[in-house]
Design a protein around this ligand. Structure first.
Ligand code: ZN
Length: 318
């Protein structure tokens, strides 16, 4: 089979192959909670349209809707239901909308790293399909400094642009104090990233497309790229997802984007969903960072892998 250009680098394929441990059936959650729910908000704004190569006015205006209109309504919603969320923000967006980033952080939400420009160029993708580590470090640090400078937060969570990692990404993330990533789907509870069968220090807080708003609401003038679903249809699906995650005691990570979820009809749907979830007293609503901190304490890598503390602490790869 011929792999598409710039598809998974061989390093990543090896990593995925080693992730074949059996899941933990009934994980414990804090204070006897039955399951965990987390809201991850990707404030891509205009960058997503550049990443999709669709820099036309009508698309860009969709991106602009996030910081201009949707984000303020979302902050109000979270405040009314006393929910702390994780906001993953590209450096470009933060630089362009600094007041928005300060407001999100001042409201007590977690700020996560989401690349600088939301394109694979952030990871040093070269013309010949290689990956330039120096470029990736420079772009990563550029975004990190912007986010830290605006909020004073220590950044612990990361979502890569376009669902990809370069062969250098994990080294760069770990060297910058990133402890968890939130984009993959190999489990429905957190799991450790492995290199050569050993935990490398990075935790995944997984999500899935079915609980992401883009596959439900992303629409472009190229119809096969996505269709618009009605809020009631998505409510029924997400309510069903929550009920099942609750049944099995899993970690439900909704991944949403202000420019899609923040449209009035959809945000009212999200509010109804929050009301449904909060009608259960034994649900732990947590940020990605809180999940990361809890999981590392309750299920430390040495215990999960049966390693000594030293073995677990040593990165598997130089
Ligand atoms: Zn994004």
């Amino acid at each position: 089979m011929i792999a598409p250009k710039n598809w998974l680098p061989p390093f990543m394929l090896e990593t995925y192959r080693s992730t074949n441990k059996r899941t933990i059936d009934r994980p414990e959650w804090p204070n006897g909670a039955r399951c965990c729910v987390s809201l991850h908000i990707h404030v891509d704004a205009q960058t997503i349209w550049r990443a999709l190569n669709m820099e036309k006015l009508v698309y860009i205006s969709n991106g602009e809707y996030g910081p201009r209109t949707a984000i303020w309504r979302i902050l109000d919603l979270l405040d009314r239901y006393r929910i702390k969320a994780s906001f993953f923000i590209p450096g470009w967006t933060a630089e362009t909308y600094p007041d928005m980033v300060r407001a999100i952080s001042a409201a007590g939400h977690e700020i996560g790293h989401h690349s600088y420009s939301h394109t694979l160029a952030d990871m040093g993708l070269t013309e010949d399909g290689g990956w330039d580590k120096a470029v990736e470090e420079r772009e990563f640090d550029r975004a990190l400094h912007i986010l830290q400078g605006l909020t004073g937060q220590e950044i612990r969570g990361y979502v890569p642009p376009g669902g990809e990692l370069s062969p250098h990404s994990i080294d760069i993330l770990l060297s910058r104090g990133i402890e968890y990533q939130a984009q993959c789907a190999a489990d429905d509870i957190p799991y450790y990233w492995e290199i050569d069968g050993k935990p490398c220090g990075l935790l995944e807080v997984p999500t899935h497309w079915s609980i992401d708003d883009a596959p439900q609401f992303l629409y472009t003038l190229i119809p096969q790229m996505g269709f618009i679903k009605g809020p009631d249809e998505v409510f029924a699906m997400w309510k069903g997802d929550f009920d099942a995650y609750y049944h099995y005691g899993r970690c439900l990570v909704f991944q949403v984007h202000p420019q899609w979820i923040g449209r009035p009809g959809r945000l009212r749907m999200l509010e109804r969903l929050i009301q449904h979830i909060q009608s259960f007293p034994d649900v732990w609503f947590a940020t990605g960072r809180e999940i990361n901190d809890y999981w590392r304490r309750r299920y430390p890598p040495e215990e999960v892998y049966g390693l000594s503390v030293d073995e677990a602490a040593a990165p598997a790869r130089a």
